[in-house]
Design a protein around this ligand. Structure first.
Ligand SMILES: Nc1ncnc2c1ncn2[C@@H]1O[C@H](COP(=O)(O)OP(=O)(O)O)[C@@H](O)[C@H]1O
Ligand SMILES: [Mg+2]
Length: 199
């Protein structure tokens, strides 16, 4: 089946299930004959590596970090997202521009500027927000926490995500349910969007 190229972003706070569901969705699409690839932000490229190392530092200039996220995103777009869309893949990105619009808006308190530096980010055809209480998300994440994985910080990020979802019409999925239930809703939504594209 041909999808004609389709771009889906999966968003949400840490522990909301982004990686779990992005990978499940890619497997599900491939199984159903739709060429699909998993990709993520921060990327595994040079700028993504810097970002991962900065996340472990105690204090970082939030504007420097916001610019690096935007730069990493542009590289991601040029090197992975757009080439695969051209090859008619369904591209599933585990985090994308709404991560910056939420997290970097909280760290910089400057939503307009964060939007401006991300103006080159191609709009996904569908963005799914896995919504979850930070307390639950953090209880699912067992790795060492980074600067971003603090409950009070994530409360603000969650509010920002929900505010953006309201304005921009993101698909909000309640991620507090079981993996199976959450995935079922994601598949329903994706199938709806691909219905007219997938032959
Ligand atoms: N709905 C769910 N219920 C219970 N555990 C979940 C659920 N979704 C994900 N998990 C588990 O929580 C952990 C974090 O999930 P993950 O997909 O890595 O989240 P994220 O990528 O958003 O940080 C993993 O161990 C995963 O198996
Ligand atoms: Mg993840």
């Amino acid at each position: 089946m041909e999808s004609g190229g389709f771009f889906i972003a999966i968003e949400g706070i840490d522990g909301s299930g982004k990686t779990t569901h992005s990978k499940k969705l890619v497997r599900w699409l491939n199984k159903h004959g739709v060429k699909s690839i998993y990709t993520k932000e921060p990327t595994n490229g040079d700028i993504g590596r810097i970002l991962r190392s900065l996340a472990r530092k105690k204090s970082v200039d939030p504007r420097v970090e916001a610019l690096l996220f935007a730069a990493d995103r542009l590289e991601h777009l040029n090197k992975v997202i757009q080439p695969y869309i051209k090859k008619e893949y369904v591209v599933i990105s585990d985090r994308y521009v709404y991560s910056s619009l939420a997290y970097q808006t909280v760290t910089t308190s400057d939503p307009e500027w964060v939007k401006e530096i991300n103006k080159f980010a191609l709009k996904p055809d569908l963005t799914i927000l896995l919504d979850l209480e930070p307390r639950i998300g953090l209880s699912r994440v067992k790795r060492n926490r980074t600067r971003f994985e603090e409950e009070s910080f994530l409360e603000k990020v969650r509010r920002e995500y929900l505010r953006l979802a309201e304005i921009d019409g993101l698909k909000i999925v309640d991620a507090s349910r079981s993996i199976g239930e959450v995935f079922q809703e994601i598949v329903r939504e994706v199938a709806k969007y691909l219905k007219n594209k997938v032959i």
